[in-house]
Design a binder for this molecule. Structure first.
Ligand code: G6P
Length: 491
């Protein structure tokens, strides 16, 4: 780790709520920087490593003011948050207002004016920090729902910059988005970007519709015309001076080749066999891997599995459900309630159906390193992704990437962004418990030939459209909007 506290600037800056590393203290009281959880970090890290850039974000702990430093080839620029800001901006507005609102109000969103004020103040701090480290004419790529006001704030501070924004989570339909008391400010905040990327075409059209109805701006898909007071700007058909913002889908992916190469390692393959043995060698291993979040439909999948056992269509010798539920947002009430509910359900199902040699649900409230995840994916005959709403769901893509044996069945919720691309999965509506049960049974009895045909098609898609291609496409779109900027050097 080298200290780079001099006011250096960077041609490429990524801004996200969470840094790719979390500040932690080990048992001896020493500071450690650990890899942080979540799809965003997984997706962006390889992009950052291959471009000389800086990453602006929060280190995951309150009241921590650390100078910029270099970690594993990436310059890290921490933004401090007070304990009160963590509570109001992160746990409050980001994860108890926006998160449930943007995920179809599966859990009721809470609206508090003091949370909104903290969100504005913290977004301003992120914008100021980014403005201070971005080189003249540079590119700043802002990430996700926690920072939707940053593009506009940054454009006001630094009109020379090219600004991208990527929304990793769904953008809700107008009827739901309209609940938000600060809906216009959020739309204006996002429109400060030159390019706004979404996971699905539906998200982009929900956004354009909200802009048309709530702000009255013209949209001609995929462009939005934002009125500006600049006589040299181009004119719209109605003769107004406008800035054109591109809003369209750029489905995110994973570093597919890295996942695949891990799956070819003999020690990881041996570990996969060991996992199956540890489970008592059931005929079928079904796997769920999620952050412990109410959007993921973990209860729905447990209900379906529990009913298959109680109906006698499955026994614990036939099938075990392995559920990895990594701890997440543990101080937000909806997450605490969900954990209690899931753990009660696991206890009940295991109490009713487990035998001395076989458990029904093997439940793990941990995150695991990538190697162990690959072994789990290899050990699983069926991957069960039952999200009620999900921006993309990278777990589905990870499972596909490691199955170089072309075997395994992916059951995928049609409400996950990944369903737009992974059409050869068994697509399900997780609210339809009867349908979900039948799909699980269909996956269990699917002939090998059909499994291989489907997995081949899925793999072509995931290996082709990897995270490098995702970022290249996004950066190319920025270059197209602002030709001559320094993006071409990066992309
Ligand atoms: C999702 C969000 C990310 C977030 C991650 C982990 O993937 O899109 O922005 O970082 O969840 O959540 P956390 O609240 O722990 O950062």
């Amino acid at each position: 780790m080298t200290d780079t506290s001099d006011p250096k600037t960077y041609p490429f800056v990524v801004v996200s709520n969470r840094l790719p590393v979390d500040h932690t203290i080990d048992e001896n009281g020493d500071v450690k920087w650990e890899h942080s959880p979540g799809g965003l970090v997984t997706a962006l890290e390889p992009v950052m490593r291959s471009n000389e850039g800086a990453w602006v974000g929060w280190a995951g702990q309150p009241d921590l003011d650390v100078d910029p430093f270099e970690n594993d080839g990436i310059t890290i620029v921490p933004v401090p948050l007070s304990a009160e800001e963590v509570q109001r901006y992160y746990e409050g507005f980001s994860n108890d207002t926006l998160w449930p609102l943007y995920h179809d109000v599966i859990s009721p969103p809470t609206y508090h004016r003091v949370w909104w004020e903290a969100y504005v103040a913290v977004n301003r701090r992120f914008a100021e920090k980014s403005a201070s480290v971005a080189a003249e004419g540079g590119v700043v790529w802002v990430q996700d729902y926690q920072l939707q006001l940053v593009p506009k704030m940054l454009r006001e501070l630094r009109p020379d910059l090219t600004i991208g924004f990527f929304d990793h989570i769904p953008f809700p339909p107008l009827g739901i988005f309209s609940q938000l008391p600060w809906r216009e400010a959020i739309l204006e905040g996002l429109l400060g970007a030159d390019v706004i990327g979404f996971q699905r075409a539906d998200d982009a059209s929900n956004f354009s519709r909200a802009v048309r109805h709530l702000l009255g701006y013209s949209t001609t898909r995929p462009y939005i015309e934002v009125p500006v007071d600049d006589e040299s700007a181009p004119r719209s058909r109605r003769g107004k001076t406008v800035r054109r913002v591109l809003a369209k889908q750029f489905p995110i992916s994973i570093d597919s080749a890295d996942w695949e190469s891990l799956s070819r390692r003999p020690d990881i393959q041996a570990r996969a066999r060991e996992i199956r043995e540890g489970l008592g060698n059931p005929k079928t291993v079904i796997l769920g891997v999620d952050r412990l979040d109410y959007t993921k439909g973990i209860r729905h999948r447990m209900k379906a599995f529990g009913e298959l056992l109680s109906d006698g269509r499955l026994s614990v010798e036939d099938a075990t459900l392995v559920q990895v539920a990594s701890p997440s947002r543990e101080r937000v009430e909806a997450y605490m309630a969900l954990r209690d509910e899931i753990e009660l359900t696991v206890g009940r199902i295991n109490g009713d159906y487990a035998t001395m040699s076989h458990t029904a649900i093997s439940y793990h409230h941990h995150g695991y390193p990538r190697e162990e995840m690959v072994a789990l994916y290899l050990a699983a005959d069926i991957m069960l992704v039952t999200a009620l709403r999900d921006g993309m769901n990278l777990v589905a893509k990870e499972y596909v990437a490691v199955r170089h044996d072309n075997d395994g069945v992916l059951i995928l919720s049609e409400f996950a962004g990944a369903a737009d691309e992974l059409r050869s999965a068994l697509l399900v509506n997780p609210h339809d418990i009867g349908g979900l049960k039948n799909t699980i049974m269909r996956a269990i009895s699917m002939p090998k030939r059909d499994r291989v045909t489907r997995m081949r098609a899925l793999r072509r898609r995931v290996l082709d459209n990897d995270v490098a291609r995702w970022s290249a496409k996004f950066l190319q779109a920025l270059e197209d909007v602002r030709p001559g900027s320094s993006i071409s050097a990066i992309a």
